[in-house]
Write a protein that binds this ligand. Structure first.
Ligand code: G4P
Length: 281
């Protein structure tokens, strides 16, 4: 795979996030529930190793519930806090505030033991692009939100937002690159729309989606594309069937494979293929 990031940009992003992290007690790392492994940031492990961590599996409404639960168990076994969230569910947002309150109480107990005064928990949200960082910050911050002002060491642009009287959140999320060491990871991130579509070929992404769905969700695939013959392993035959069914034709009735790939990718991202998790346990 030919994905290249400029080391200079990565180092700068890492340094900026490290500076912000030095100001907080809790790191809220957002991952995509459809790919909780692939959407983690590889740099985060060493950058945040000494921080309390809350992993939020975003877009749980688009992922397979059973596998999401397995991932939650896995993260909790590693000693992290973990929640699965659909930002459009008010109860899920309440869960985050409740969980943060518990973490804050634990941290303040430890401060008390060391003779340090308790204070409001400070947190920041980090994650790869498109995972839902801005949406979540907006949902957490109420409309009448008063900003609590600059704190020493915080650059002018950064503000702390008081979240429901429970904790303080940096209003700027930390954006970091996804992992790219494994080819599979690239395809999974492309399928869920994290990597720009130009980086990998659309037909390769579509074939990856079809193969994954054939393995884990064959019924959902045939429900959407009723003429698909999954007995066959011939992807051209699959594209022909989907193209005919969805009218992806060029002049002379020839199947337009680019259009077919586009249909498959859009169907997945819009939820028409059902709940799909790419990172299976
Ligand atoms: P970012 O800051 O991390 O880059 O991500 P952002 O908040 O912009 O969210 C990216 C997309 O993910 C948005 O959709 C947002 O609505 C969607 N999203 C975030 N959380 C959830 C969730 O829990 N469930 C679902 N289903 N979607 C979620 P968009 O299509 O880019 O914009 P829009 O349709 O919301 O306008």
């Amino acid at each position: 795979m030919t994905i290249q990031w400029f080391p200079g940009h990565m180092a700068k992003a890492k340094r900026e996030v490290e500076e912000q992290l030095s100001l907080v007690d809790l790191v809220i790392e957002l991952v995509d529930a459809r790919a909780p492994y692939s959407s983690q940031n590889p740099m985060m492990q060493d950058v945040t190793s000494d921080k309390q961590k809350l992993i939020i599996l975003m877009k749980r409404d688009m992922a397979e519930e059973r596998v999401t639960q397995q991932w939650l168990d896995y993260f909790r076994e590693q000693g992290k806090y973990a929640l699965a969230v659909d930002v459009n569910q008010k109860d899920d947002i309440k869960q985050i505030v409740k969980q943060t309150k518990q973490i804050s109480e634990h941290i303040n107990e430890r401060r008390k033991e060391k003779g340090i005064n308790p204070r409001s928990l400070r947190a920041m949200i980090i994650g790869i692009p498109n995972v839902g960082k801005s949406t979540l910050i907006n949902r957490l911050a109420s409309k009448k939100q008063a900003q609590t002002g600059d704190k020493p060491g915080v650059t002018k642009k950064q503000q702390w937002i008081k979240i429901q009287g429970e904790f303080e959140l940096l209003d700027t999320p930390g954006i970091l690159w996804p992992k790219f060491e494994e080819e599979e990871v690239g395809y999974r991130l492309a399928a869920i729309g994290t990597i720009k579509d130009q980086i990998l070929h659309l037909d390769d992404i579509a074939i990856y989606i079809l193969n994954t769905m054939k393995q884990y969700y064959p019924d959902a695939l045939v429900k959407r594309y009723s003429t698909l013959n999954l007995e066959s392993d011939d992807v051209v035959e699959w594209f022909d069937a989907i193209g005919k069914q969805r009218g992806c034709l060029m002049s002379g009735g020839v199947i337009d494979y680019d259009q077919v790939a586009d249909v498959i990718i859009r169907d997945l991202r819009q939820g028409h293929l059902g709940r799909v998790t790419f990172d299976q346990m």
